[in-house]
Design a protein around this ligand. Sequence first.
Ligand code: ADP
Ligand code: ZN
Length: 229
Amino acid sequence: MVIIMLGAQGTGKGTIAGIISEQTNFPQISTGDIFRKNISEKTELGVEAEQYIAKGELVPDEITVPMVVNRLNQEDAKNGAILDGFPRTTAQAEKLDEILTNLGKKVDLVINLSTPKEELIDRMLTRRVCSNQDCKTTYNIKLNPPKVEGICDKCGAELKQREDDSNAEAINRRLEIYEQQTSPLVEYYDKKGVLRTETVSTSINRMGKDVAEDIVKDIKNSSIKGDEI
Ligand code: ADP
Ligand code: ZN
């Protein structure tokens, strides 16, 4: 089963993808995490990507697409994957359709997360990420704080703020790119009949983990009924 996480920055795509991944064993493939790992390891790909990421711009497709193809071809993704951060443009979505067709797969479910804009900026500013690249658990100092300030509950490593979350210009640029280039994908996938829109907002007391629980339940139910997952 191939699942795509869609939604603006700060909606909780990564957190929800992480929960679904734990419960289903489909790997979570986060392009942002792969880039950040490469940046911290100073690989050629990381050095190249960093200049775009720091400014909040998209990394060019020549770099991003082969990286995703390579990841989808790994053994753990043979039964499916949860794509978190890809595709982000119509061109990437068309490319993904092609890649999946070649692998005998298709996009089965697109989870479109919707959160009021005023909450998004606040969530990015209050987001903290575990600095251990093998853990990368995300916290929010207001909504989901760690037990000990600044320290990851799961592995004890230091929590950090992402560079592009601490900079108002990069935050605004990312939200602008989302509006212009990524939001058309809502219609793209709606037309294919695979879209599931979920509102995540403190105003209705519905958080990412509630959404993730509902989705996991539905995935498990459909597999019990014998639908292919
Ligand atoms: P966010 O969604 O909060 O911007 P991500 O961790 O998903 O954070 O991505 C961080 C950065 O990595 C993006 O701002 C962009 O520069 C780059 N990136 C991630 N995914 C893609 C993609 N599919 N295409 C191009 N660039 C990407
Ligand atoms: Zn950790």
